[in-house]
Structures are given as structure tokens and as C-alpha cells.
Ligand binder design. Sequence first.
Ligand code: CP
Ligand code: NVA
Length: 312
Amino acid sequence: MTRHFLRDDDLSPAEQAEVLQLAAALKRDRFSAKPLAGPQTVAVIFDKTSTRTRVSFAVGIADLGGSPLIIQSGESQLGGKESLADTARVLERMVSAIVWRTYAQAGLEEMAAGTRVPVINALSDDFHPCQILADLQTVQEHKGELAGLTMSYFGDGANNMAHSYLLGGATAGMHVRVAAPAGYLPDPAIVADAEAIAARTGGSVFVTTDAGEAADGADVMVTDTWVSMGKEDEKAERLSVFGDYAVDAALMARADADAIFLHCLPAYRGYEVSADVIDGPQSVIWDEAENRLHAQKALLAWLLSKNEEAAA
Ligand code: CP
Ligand code: NVA
């Protein structure tokens, strides 16, 4: 069975720790691993726009000795012109892995079911698991550990970032809190999955509509845009409901004095986060952005090695 990375809990707690350890090693010695030497090609497909994901995968694949093939799906036969199953079977004949940023999680699942090469979720409407690996690497660097720390997320609790923090944070043994307004709370099925993981890892999950309650004593404060890609039509309504969940100096003051602030970016200063917080001394957003490179290289190298082992 080919290993894919479609959601955060596709890695067990031990596997996640292994990938994060490899990410730290690749950060120390960037060009030390060449699993894609040949060069082998990795397809990186975008149905939505991107800066960090596109650059970090392109650079990371080259670092690993491979060749990135960036595909804007609108310029391909994807998107209804050809079935996903047929696309998957064509790609597997030529590329070593498929990285895909898309809308529906079901599309990723269909692509993965139809191919023997690993499929990596580079953001869907439901999850952004590569981002969470980078975030966990960043927290580990600044805090020295993950298990037992409290990570609190504010804003759109039903989006990809909130869902991935729930699953990925619980996998790491963290106490994950989500504060969001009614109507924008996380998918109950994902909360249940995160709770089941947390029960095994010693972490916990807490969902609330009270931002202050979620912030109290937190070690890691995180937020994301209030208007995710694909939700642009709802912008006016969204800007009107999320105001109480903005991460500003007052909310940061309720967190631990040594708390760090993360944001996957792109950020909208004055909306989900105030400029003094995101540009202030507790913010670690540039390390977080850089760690996309290291974490994804580690993930690719790890998946390729697992699939080679399985094929041997
Ligand atoms: N954080 C993130 O995924 O950024 P991009 O949308 O620029 O890839
Ligand atoms: N929730 C955001 C994340 C962007 C990296 C979106 O989906 O647009």
C-alpha cells in the first residue's frame, strides 16, 4: 500500500516525530539528502494560488536532487476535462510523487486511490497538513518540545488550518484549543478524531466560542485569514463575525508571558492579527515560513523511503 499524506493523522505520533527530526537535520545540513537524484520529477499541481507552497516545494525538490514540475491546473486537462483516475495513472508513469493544492478533500483521496506514487495534500478546503508540520517544527525550535504545550487557534474554526491544528497538534501530544464564533466551529467529526488521538498521546482538545478562555496561559497563539481561498463571496459577512477573535496585544496578554505567535501567511494586518503582534517580538512567522522548506523535504524523503521499503 502506497503511503500518502492527505491529512495530518496519516502520520502516527511516532512517524510525525520521525519526520520532524529529519526536518531539523535537513535544516542543519540542507543539501545532505538526495533521494530524488536522477533527477526524478515531482508534479506540484495548483488549483488555487500560492507563494510559500509553490516556492518551498520547488526549491525543496531541487534540494533533494529532483526536478519540480509546477502545473497550474487550468492549463492542464484537470478540472472536469479528464477524470482524476486517468490523470493519476498518467502521472504515475512519469513522476515520483504528486503534490496537489485543491478544493475538495475527496479529489485528493481519489487521486491517491488511483496511483502508486505518494500524493501529498498541499492544502485542501479541509486540511493544510504540510503547514502544520512546519508549524510544529517551529514550535519545537522555540520551545524545545511539543507534548504538553498548549496551542490556541483563533478565528475560522471550520477551515483547513483549524482542522489541521486539531489533528496535527493532538498527534504531537499538545493541548489544542480552538476559539471560533458559532457557525464557524470545527467539523465535529474532525474534533472527535482529534480527541481520539489526544487520548493516546496525552494531549487534549478544547473548542470554545470564548477567545479569552482559549488564550489563558497558552504557549502558542495562532490564527489564519478570516477569508480562505474559495470563500471570497462571503467576505463581508466573515469580516463582521470574527472581530472578537482577532489576535491583538490584549489577547496575547492573556497567554503565557513567553508565548509565541504563529500565522501560516498570507496575513491581513488589522483583521485576524494586529500589526504590533505579527511584527512584534513574540512572532516567529519568518521561521515558520522557512520551515515549510525543511518540513516538506523531510516529508517527501520519508514517504519515498517508506514506499521503497514496501516495494522491496
Ligand atoms: N501558507 C501557505 O500555504 O502559503 P501560500 O498560500 O503562499 O502557499
Ligand atoms: N485558510 C487559508 C490558508 C492559506 C495558506 C486558505 O485556505 O486560504
